[in-house]
Design a protein around this ligand. Structure first.
Ligand code: NCD
Length: 358
């Protein structure tokens, strides 16, 4: 069964196919309005969301399909103590495809292990968010004309910002990307991600102290919200809130064609005075992400019986070491058992959250 747990579950060729399919859907929407007739998408959202859930629901309906939805954890069986595996085994009988969002890393993988229909990860804790990345790639390609040779500034919460993690993984398929990391020490990119790409042939990380230092060199600036819900100590969040604010004045330092992206919702990290600048592309991203979700749903339903390209589930094996990440689905769900994988540096990592096992 094909699933989308993280972006590299798709090959580069498949991503390119989705990009052209989204382009075609944008130009000929009516050709597609019955292509998922009688198909049902279940949106299973255990974490707050407006745009992502509505984007998936819009996508399936624009393809002629329909939606069943569970968007309030408080009214779902999970609140009665049902395991995620059981919930998925039930919904498996109602829907043709599931989009799941969950506060714990690895929840989408656990769902995939219990499903006979494709699972799409719509965000699993601080881990990954591959469909946001599909929309980001589409937007960058449209605005910059290419996905190669870019200097992309990642600004804000790089520690907990799952959209950033998936975006970096996606660019491992493209040539000569510099990621300029603009983050306070406390919110810097997780070490395992920095280590995984050390010496990578096409990804290079550079660190910048401030937006002002980074801006003149960037082709793309990807702003992010500080993820309040992931902090265990509110005072730390409060101290970091407002650390980086982009406004029209600061953007005078940037190239004339440096685009600004944001997965939204924004808080104060982009001032409203920049919104009318043609380089502000965050609302185009919303439109593009919906087109990419249409392309993805079509693709996964068509290819659902293909062999997965990343053998995550096959490689994963019970391990004598334990995952101690408190944000991993292992710590939350009684049906999840430790699964180990070996990462590119030879370390045993948790198949769900990718933290080193201990
Ligand atoms: C992002 C998310 O949920 O990770 N939003 C989204 O899906 N568009 C970013 C965020 O919540 O800050």
């Amino acid at each position: 069964m094909r699933h989308l747990i993280d972006i590299c579950d798709l090959s580069k060729e498949e991503i390119e196919e989705l990009l052209s399919s989204a382009q075609d859907i944008a130009v000929h929407p009516s050709y597609y309005n019955e292509s998922c007739k009688e198909k049902i998408l279940a949106t299973l959202f255990f974490e707050p969301s407006t745009r992502t859930r509505l984007s998936f629901e819009t996508a399936i309906q624009r393809l002629g399909g329909s939606v069943i939805s569970c968007d309030d954890p408080a009214t779902s069986s999970a609140s009665k103590g049902e395991s995620l595996s059981d919930t998925i085994r039930v919904i498996d009988n109602y829907a043709d495809i599931i989009a799941i969002r969950h506060p714990f890393a690895g929840a989408a993988l656990l769902a995939a292990q219990n499903a006979h229909i494709p699972i799409i990860n719509a965000g699993d804790g601080e881990h990954c968010h591959p469909t946001q990345t599909l929309g980001d790639l589409f937007t960058i390609q449209q605005e910059k004309g290419s996905l190669n040779g870019l200097n992309i500034g990642l600004c804000g919460d790089l520690l907990y910002g799952r959209t950033v993690h998936s975006l970096i993984n996606a660019f491992s398929y493209y040539e000569n990307t510099t990621f300029t990391l603009i983050a306070p020490q406390e919110l810097q990119l997780p070490k395992p991600i920095i280590e995984a790409y050390a010496g990578h042939p096409s990804i290079n990380f550079v660190f910048a102290q401030s937006l002002e230092d980074a801006l003149p060199k960037l082709d793309v600036l990807y702003m992010t919200r500080i993820q309040r819900e992931r902090f265990s100590v509110e005072a730390i969040y409060n101290a970091l809130f407002g650390y980086y604010v982009l406004d029209a004045n600061k953007m005078k330092l940037a190239k004339k064609d440096c685009i600004v992206l944001h997965p939204l919702p924004r808080l104060n990290e982009i001032a409203y005075d920049f919104d009318d600048d043609p380089r502000a592309c965050y609302f185009k991203q919303v439109k593009n992400a919906c087109l990419m979700r249409q392309a993805l749903i079509l693709y996964l339903l068509k290819h659902r019986h293909d062999r997965p390209i990343t053998p995550t589930l096959e490689k994963a094996a019970p391990h004598d070491k334990k995952c101690i990440n408190p944000h991993c689905i292992i710590s939350k769900d009684p049906s999840a058992k430790t699964l180990g994988m070996i990462n590119s540096k030879g370390h045993p990592i948790c198949a769900y959250c990718e933290h080193i096992l201990s």
